[in-house]
Write a protein that binds this ligand. Structure first.
Ligand SMILES: [Mg+2]
Length: 236
């Protein structure tokens, strides 16, 4: 049996609009009334996120001073996972078709995300995604979990999943950040990084995933190709 463990934000959900709205909100909230700031365009902002420019640095580039940048970073952290902003999330291109393809192939599918239970449920309801992920295939954080860093938390979730899930012959992890790649590699799971999320290709390459592809659809096609039964040569 083939098992796919997929990250949520990135492969399935496009969070760029939410992140940008939060950026705009924080910049306007932290700036002094007469202070000149330079609001980044949506494209500029997202490119910085994809190349891992820190929140503090983004604040400074936008015209805030050092102290304000700290406040900006804190406010951003407190705001980005609040209900009003989750409304800005969108489905990633082709995500539902790719999930249907996985279902059709009969593969075991689980989701592994740093979202909290309510945050995952919110998107499941909004985009009708719950049908793909039964409760025992959802690995996320409890509502009261104290997050540390994704790159530390995600391997813990992966360890739990591999212990609890029935054995599979082949397990693939699909995700859009270093946390996904590290979680997979730490546990001997094949890692496919997708470029449709919050990291650009050169950032993903640093962590040496097994493959880098454009999006979830391409990842599914790759697994289909790799898991196809070898053609038997018949000599007569
Ligand atoms: Mg992600």
């Amino acid at each position: 049996m083939i098992r796919i463990i997929t990250d949520f934000d990135g492969p399935i959900i496009d969070v760029s609009e939410r992140y940008y709205r939060v950026y705009q909100f924080c910049l306007n909230k932290i700036r002094r009334p007469q202070q000149k700031v330079r609001q980044l365009s949506r494209t500029e902002f997202w490119q910085m996120k994809r190349s891992r420019v820190s929140e503090k640095q983004i604040a400074i580039i936008s015209g805030l001073d050092e102290v304000q940048a700290q406040e900006f970073s804190l406010l951003r952290h407190q705001t980005v996972h609040t209900e009003p902003y989750f409304h800005y999330d969108r489905l990633a291109f082709g995500a539902v078709d790719a999930l249907l393809k996985i279902q059709h192939a009969g593969w075991d599918l689980a989701v592994m995300t740093m979202r909290r239970v309510w945050e995952l449920d919110f998107a499941f309801k909004k985009f009708d995604l719950g049908r793909f992920f039964p409760e025992n295939r959802c690995y996320c954080l409890s509502n009261d979990y104290l997050k540390t860093r994704d790159i530390d938390d995600k391997p813990l979730l992966m360890a739990r999943a591999l212990k609890e899930l029935p054995p599979a012959t082949d397990t693939w992890m699909i995700g859009d950040t270093e946390a996904d790649i590290v979680a997979a590699k730490k546990h001997g799971v094949k890692a496919i990084a997708v470029e449709c999320g919050i990291r650009e290709r050169s950032q993903l390459e640093l962590y040496q995933p097994d493959f880098i592809v454009t999006n979830l659809t391409a990842a599914v096609d790759l697994i289909l190709e790799k898991s196809a039964a070898p053609v038997e040569l018949v000599y007569r």
